[in-house]
Design a protein around this ligand. Sequence first.
Ligand code: SAM
Length: 297
Amino acid sequence: MASAKEKDWDTALRADAEVPAIRSLLRRLGIRPRKGLGQNFLVDEDVLARIMGVAEIEPADVVVEVGPGLGILTRELVRRAARVVAVEIDPQLAEIVLRLVPSAPNLEVVNADVLHFDPAGHGITPPYKVVANLPYYITSPTMRHFLEEVPHPDVMVVMVQREVAERMVAQPGEMSLLSVSVQFYGDARMAAVVPTSAFYPQPKVESAIVRIDVYPRPVLDVEPRSFFRLVQAGFSQPRKQLHNTLAQRLWFPPGGAREALKAAGIDPARRAQTLSLEEWGVLWKVLTVQGLLKAEG
Ligand code: SAM
């Protein structure tokens, strides 16, 4: 039989019309949403359904959830997946979520900072999925952590600020360091825009759901450290022409940046945001062959 708390929770979850219910649940649990930890709880069932639809969780799936909070996503994930490991930094929520997600033997809650979470240490090996309504203050480091540092997931479905989502999926003309970083590792698409009213407390800006299908290997055959040193240099002054930016940021003989760009088939007057991933790859190759870009340093 459902406990009183579980019934509270079911009521609180019913729809965004129920924000007062979630507020009263939080009060009863003695929880004050912590802004500094990005605690904007999802209160919209349509958005929840959308995230689940985009994540396409299969019965055999292993899922890492970042920041389960009050467990709105967690409850759906444990119903669908073989195993869910939810990583929550807030000790109070890490304890409460286990009570709010009833009878889920396939759920493990880890009270830790996700940026220090090692999937292998919890017996998770690829393939696995990451699903999260991300705390926005650590969006980029979290993406980097799962795409670069640990054995990577095959799919990531994340709710992030809309503006960040747009940068993740941007095309040449509007590329940024984030676009290159994400698209280097996977195929990213924006699945839906989410209004501020879908959260309690409401954030200031809209959100969006992004799905990234991570490639088995990065899309370019380059050495990642020197590649990203190049891309970072390129985007360090996005309004300037690329030959100027590169000449200032990397070590070139006079005129070398201009010549290297030409050798890569790239007009030296172009700006970093206009380059495609393939063009960055060709430029990296030219600079590496010329010995102008080394792996170390
Ligand atoms: N999943 C819940 C939902 O959709 O309502 C909560 C999402 S809320 C936007 C972000 C959650 O991430 C909060 O529970 C917060 O405490 C947690 N969090 C914040 N920083 C974290 C970190 N570094 N590692 C793990 N969890 C974190």
